[in-house]
Design a protein around this ligand. Structure first.
Ligand code: NAD
Ligand code: DAU
Length: 374
């Protein structure tokens, strides 16, 4: 079967964590193709994450909302875009518990609005030429696993447990329906937990890293024994490229790292790696005087068990057999190599994380972690 040629691409949510990494990856792979980023720049979207690309040839940043159907239609026409890679979403489970409305609006209505725009321009106006709508989704739509259960496969029944995962599940169904009913050429990928550069410091790994540097408590939810399957963001983006180019239209592909860890293991590992860095590099103690490592103390003294996330899924694990078998997917980064690079990135990019942690974010963190550090 001939591979799909993506041509000019619209990346939604390209100023967020995975999107910003995808944009860099894509520019290296397809420097001659036009790439348009559409991003509403919510608290999680940061133009500074794309600063080095501003003004470059074939790169366009549009500050706008995926719920603005006429804007999306205009972009598809004006830039002759025939591929959409759809990352834009509200993505943080804790925020979906504190306030689900934005998740329903962006993740469900926003995805629907994009689908309507794609249908209008690609099917109604230009008449079903070569096009592709790739929807970036999550393994959380499958719910929670017991300790001995096999990983989620594409045949696992949907059982979302949080407002976030329910909204992503709804968006997956809409994408599927637009293929089945209207003939839109779609693919969907459901990926496990990502980590790497440019991840907003509300998610487990960057939050813990920065709290170690600032000497703040490391809030571990519940008993810390929940399990996630970790994947470096570059491996996720390589997998998306494979699905776009070689995946079967209408199909779903699960992406995972085969790298299950408990949260407590992750936090302890980060503490150990940070202690090693402080011990080997005295300038770190000068830069981060509040960190335990600056006084020769172990970072794990900051671990604080806090009340659990409501409805907290116990375990996620992905069976990536389909994408490996059919498309030849293999992660390149092991968790050990990936986490080392990620720590180094956060140490080298202090200006980035300080800039993105603005006042409103700090207020949210204070409010959120106001609930019970034991
Ligand atoms: P993120 O929160 O870091 O970034 C989301 C981006 O979307 C931000 O730039 C934000 O400004 C933008 N956005 C939000 N609402 C918008 C709107 N209405 N219009 C336009 N832009 C809007 O998220 P992320 O972690 O990079 O995740 C990207 C996608 O990947 C999401 O769809 C998420 O569900 C999915 N996913 C994430 C992970 C993970 O571990 N982070 C794993 C699997 C799947
Ligand atoms: O599985 C894919 C999903 O991974 C994505 O769809 C989501 O967008 C992404 O946010 C992520 O969801 P999680 O809820 O698994 O990620 P988070 O980093 O919020 O939490 C990871 C685990 O760590 C989870 O079990 C909750 C726990 N945790 C998290 C934070 C922020 C803590 O114990 N303490 C914390 O402070």
């Amino acid at each position: 079967m001939a591979e799909y040629e993506p041509g000019n691409v619209l990346v939604t949510g390209g100023a967020g964590f995975i999107g910003a990494n995808f944009v860099r990856f894509w520019r290296r792979r397809y420097p001659e193709n036009r790439l348009v980023v559409l991003d509403a720049l919510t608290y999680a979207g940061n133009r500074s994450s794309l600063a080095d690309l501003e003004g470059r040839e074939h790169f366009h940043f549009v500050h706008g909302d995926i719920r603005d159907q006429s804007l999306v239609e205009e972009l598809l026409r004006r830039h002759e875009l025939r591929t959409i890679v759809h990352f834009a979403a509200e993505s943080h489970v804790d925020r979906s518990i504190a306030g689900p409305d934005a998740f329903i609006s962006t993740n469900i209505q926003g995805t629907h609005s994009l689908l309507k725009a794609a249908r209008q321009v690609w099917l109604e106006e230009t008449g079903a030429g070569s096009h592709r709508f790739h929807h970036v989704s999550t393994d959380e739509v499958y719910g929670s696993l017991g300790p001995a259960d096999p990983g989620f496969s594409e045949a696992t029944a949907y059982a979302p447990n949080s407002p976030y995962s329910a909204s992503k599940a709804a968006s997956d169904h809409l994408v599927r329906a637009y293929h089945h009913t209207f003939g839109l050429a779609v693919t969907t990928s459901n990926c496990s937990n990502n980590y790497g550069p440019y991840q907003f410091p509300e998610k487990l790994i960057p939050l813990m890293l920065i709290n170690v540097l600032e000497g703040r408590p490391l809030p571990v939810y519940g008993d810390g024994l929940n399990v996630r399957d970790w994947l470096h963001v570059d491996d996720h983006n390589r997998a998306i490229e494979l699905v776009l180019r070689k995946g079967r239209v209408g199909d779903t592909y699960n992406i995972g790292g085969n790298s299950e860890r408990t949260n407590l293991d992750i936090v302890r590992l980060l503490c150990r790696l940070m202690d090693e860095r402080f011990a080997g590099n005295p300038t770190l103690g000068e830069r981060f005087a509040g960190a335990p490592g600056a006084r020769g103390l172990p970072s794990d003294e900051l671990i604080a068990f806090v009340s659990d996330r409501p409805g907290h899924d116990r375990r996620y694990a992905v069976d990536a057999g389909k994408i490996s078998g059919e498309l030849g997917y293999r992660p390149r980064e092991s968790f050990d190599t990936g986490i080392d690079k990620t720590i180094d990135w956060y140490l080298a990019n202090e200006a980035w994380w300080r800039a993105v942690m603005d006042g409103s974010y700090q207020d949210w963190v204070r409010h959120h972690y106001g609930r019970g550090v034991d």
